[in-house]
Design a protein around this ligand. Structure first.
Ligand code: ZN
Length: 109
């Protein structure tokens, strides 16, 4: 079913989120992963927004979305896992950018 075409400018938003404690099954209450579920709606018209670039499904290692793309499912690192990181994660290209800031190339005449 196609969504209704609206003339709303979509200027105000609300997001709902839920953190899920993942357990193997109802007989095993040990939590083995945490998952953030997020939904976004326009407050003015009530229409939901979808998430781009995510494959549908559930993964404990990378973000996914629901089949209708309306819910992002993002695996979380626990504080213990964060402490195991030796240093903050770097964005690809960030080192080159920092190097260029320190030693900018000469300007063309
Ligand atoms: Zn709207």
């Amino acid at each position: 079913m196609a969504a209704a075409i609206v003339t709303c400018a979509h200027e105000n938003f609300e997001a709902s989120q839920n953190v899920i404690r993942m357990t193997a099954n109802s007989d095993n209450p040990d939590v083995f992963a945490f998952m953030l579920e997020v939904r976004v709606n326009c407050v003015d018209c009530g229409q939901p927004f979808g998430f781009k670039g995510l494959n549908a499904g559930v993964s404990y290692f990378s973000p996914r979305c629901s089949l209708d793309a309306l819910e992002a499912r993002i695996p979380l690192m626990t504080p213990t896992e964060l402490a195991l990181l030796d240093q903050p994660q770097q964005v690809p290209g960030e080192q080159e950018y920092e190097s260029l800031k320190k030693n900018p190339p000469p300007l063309a005449p």
